[in-house]
Design a protein around this ligand. Structure first.
Ligand code: PGA
Length: 257
């Protein structure tokens, strides 16, 4: 059984520690009784340290939104996996479409970061997804397959089992346009088939695949009820404790049923 994982990707929001703490102090008591859902918050780098202190001894875990694959050196503005581990981060989001589209990250770079994260004992949450024109011209599966092959290149089966894949159709991110549960499930099944063809059925059944893109309290449950959708990566709705909690509860209920 794959238990769901809900990630709150705060993007470039709540980077001031006091703002982050304010939200988390509301969230912590709300999620106290959550049993099955793994809850991860990914704040900006500037708030990671204080967020880790705030969520100590709670069931909330912390991730970073990015990292570089080298350990140290002349890489101005970058942060390494060792630094994140030393702070107490457990997760790292890699290859988010905003990193790909705004900061020109490609599959090869993300593959290097992914291997470094795994070697450093960070759990990677790796995003893949198609643009609107790619979906409209029927290229979704081709794009996903290419991204999958390049991004996860040369990963061992033990490594892919630890990796969390986030399917995030780019046209659904921050747009209020969610993929229907059927559209999302179709691609989740496709991704699981890709894993199966390289690593076999047992591994494919282990990998958690999240959906991401305009998840809200009112559409979360129907998405999480799909068999191949193991939770979600949430942007906008993770910024307020109430909406984020409602999404976590939706995942918990979908899992229990
Ligand atoms: P959104 O963002 O929920 O605001 O659409 C999701 C994401 O980018 O991970």
């Amino acid at each position: 059984m794959r238990n769901p994982i809900i990630g709150g990707n705060w993007k470039m929001n709540k980077g001031i520690p006091s703002e982050a703490a304010e939200m988390l102090k509301e969230l912590i008591p709300l999620v106290k009784k959550i049993r099955y859902v793994d809850i991860v918050i990914a704040p900006p780098f500037t708030a990671i340290s204080s967020v880790i202190q705030t969520v100590e001894k709670t069931n909330i875990m912390v991730g970073a939104q990015n990292m570089y694959y080298e350990e140290k050196g002349a890489f101005t503005g970058e942060v390494s996996a060792i630094f994140l581990k030393a702070l107490g981060c457990k997760y790292v989001i890699l290859g988010h479409s905003e990193r790909r589209d705004i900061f020109n990250e490609n599959d090869d770079l993300i593959n290097k970061k992914l291997k470094k994260a795994l070697n450093s004992d960070l759990i990677p949450i790796v995003c893949i997804g198609e643009h609107l024109e790619e979906r409209e011209t029927g290229k979704t599966k081709e794009i996903i397959e290419n991204q999958f092959n390049r991004t996860f290149k040369d990963l061992k089966s033990k490594e892919i089992s630890k990796t969390i894949i986030a399917y995030e159709p780019i046209w659904a991110i921050g747009t209020g346009k969610t993929a229907t549960p059927e559209q999302a499930e179709e691609i989740h099944i496709f991704i699981r088939e890709l894993i199966e063809s390289s690593y076999g059925k047992i591994t494919a059944e282990k990998v958690r695949i999240q959906y991401g893109g305009s998840i809200k309290s009112n559409n979360a449950k129907e998405i999480f009820e799909k068999e191949n959708i193991d939770g979600g990566l949430v942007g906008g709705s993770s910024l307020q404790s109430k909406s984020f909690y409602e999404i976590i509860i939706a995942a918990e209920e979908a899992f229990e049923e």
